[in-house]
Ligand binder design. Structure first.
Ligand SMILES: NC(=O)c1ccc[n+]([C@@H]2O[C@H](COP(=O)([O-])OP(=O)(O)OC[C@H]3O[C@@H](n4cnc5c(N)ncnc54)[C@H](O)[C@@H]3O)[C@@H](O)[C@H]2O)c1
Ligand SMILES: O=C(O)C(=O)C[C@@H](O)[C@H](O)[C@H](O)COP(=O)(O)O
Ligand SMILES: [Zn+2]
Length: 367
């Protein structure tokens, strides 16, 4: 078991990464002083519930906690105000009080949704992340919680940090292959923004990661969490540095919104976005090898790097303008400088984006 720390100055919280952690949930709750006198709300989805809910409930019960469970439909569509209201209803009907904890047991969808409930219920109650996807090594750390609006991703949300992250990596063995690939996109992102050596390691261990080799996966997720924790610890509310975690997201979020939530998985959309960001850098003078290396790593994980023909250029641009990264009339892009290094750029012109959308569509015609 490894423990990392997110250090926010006034407070800090741990990320526990290891096997068998869900069946020790109750002990961790007690150790972190979470109240056993108030009911705990476990939010999960209908894929995760049959796999992992029982052990969490059992462990909490043994430690003296009573639980209320809300199971939401699996998938991105559950990051909505409607489902948010359903979870709130479960919290009120379940008698949660200000000392109650909300647990997110699942992937990034459940984490973002339950986190926003925790931030809002009675203006904020304790929150615990129990991630069960590879992608959630990213989403469970750092306190960004949100639901989507029809027009834009993560539009309604808050910064709300958990009490702890309990990452039981044993759960990952049941992930469908497409989710494994999509989750690894954020692992690769962490390498591309911060650590050239880790990016090379990911390339060299692609097969082990795709095969869910516990040792390789444990290393990659610890490294990914470490990079994320480090960045968030330096800039919790995205006043500067934290924006680098958005590599690939300017275009990626637009793809998710215009295609209809869930059509492209988050990891798939940001993979295309990372290819686009590298190509913008190349069009601005970087060596073409930057784009080629980036896309070859992503393709190695079976991730998409071309722009699907059916995605309308004007709609992508329109959706980008609704994103949080469009501010003061400027589009903020994270552009790679070299593998492992990025810069935050706010002078990317819409014409440059149109150009890469077309170029990435043309790439598709050659495959
Ligand atoms: N808050 C953040 O900082 C942050 C960071 C990255 C991504 N996100 C958000 O995270 C979301 C994507 O997260 P995700 O990819 O985990 O999606 P997800 O939560 O939809 O999970 C993916 C799928 O895997 C299933 N699943 C989950 N755990 C499983 C397991 N152990 N075994 C079998 N199936 C399992 C789920 O039911 C779902 O169908 C997006 O909404 C994205 O915007 C947020
Ligand atoms: O934690 C962050 O900061 C990130 O940007 C991580 C991203 O992977 C994640 O998808 C995040 O939800 C995007 O944030 P947003 O502010 O662009 O909605
Ligand atoms: Zn992301």
């Amino acid at each position: 078991m490894r423990t990392l720390q997110v250090d926010l100055g006034e407070r800090s919280y741990p990320i526990y990464i290891g096997g068998g952690l869900l069946s020790q949930a109750g002990d961790y709750f007690a150790r972190h002083g979470l109240s056993a006198k108030s009911p705990v709300l476990i939010v999960t989805d209908d894929n995760v519930a049959p796999l992992h809910l029982k052990q969490v409930e059992e462990s909490l019960r043994q430690a003296g906690y009573s639980t209320v469970v809300k199971i939401v439909p699996a998938g991105e569509k559950s990051k909505s105000l409607d489902v948010f209201e359903d979870v709130m209803t479960a919290a009120i009907e379940g008698g949660l009080d200000r000392k109650s904890a909300v647990v997110a047991l699942g992937g990034g969808v459940v984490g973002d949704l339950a986190g926003f409930v925790a931030a809002s219920y009675m203006r904020g109650v304790p929150f615990v992340q129990m991630p069960t996807t590879i992608l959630a090594h990213d989403s469970s750390v750092g306190g960004k919680v949100a639901v989507n609006h029809r027009l834009a991703k993560n539009m309604i949300g808050a910064f709300y940090q958990p009490e702890m992250v309990l990452y039981d990596v044993d759960t990952l063995q049941t992930l469908p292959e497409r989710e494994v690939r999509a989750g690894l996109a954020e692992v690769v992102k962490h390498g591309l923004i911060w650590d050239e050596a880790f990016t090379s390691w990911c390339r060299e261990h692609t097969a082990e990661l795709l095969a869910l080799d516990p040792e390789a996966l444990g290393y990659a997720l610890t490294k990914g969490c470490e990079i994320k924790a480090h960045v968030v610890s330096r800039d919790e509310r995205e006043n500067g540095l934290r924006a680098i975690l958005n590599l690939g997201h300017t275009i990626g979020h637009a793809i998710e919104a215009i295609a209809g939530y869930g059509e492209y998985l988050h990891g798939e959309a940001i993979s295309i976005g990372m290819a686009a960001a590298a190509l913008i850098s190349v069009n601005r003078g970087a060596d073409r090898s930057l784009y080629e290396e980036t896309t070859s790593i992503l393709r190695g994980f079976g991730l998409p790097t071309i722009m699907p023909e059916q995605l309308d250029e004007d709609k992508i641009i329109g959706a980008m303008m609704h994103d949080k990264k469009f501010k003061e009339q400027q589009l903020v892009f994270i552009l790679p400088k070299s593998i492992g290094k990025v810069e935050i750029v706010s002078d990317v012109k819409v014409e440059e984006v149109r150009r890469v959308i077309r170029e990435l569509k043309e790439e598709g015609q050659h495959v």
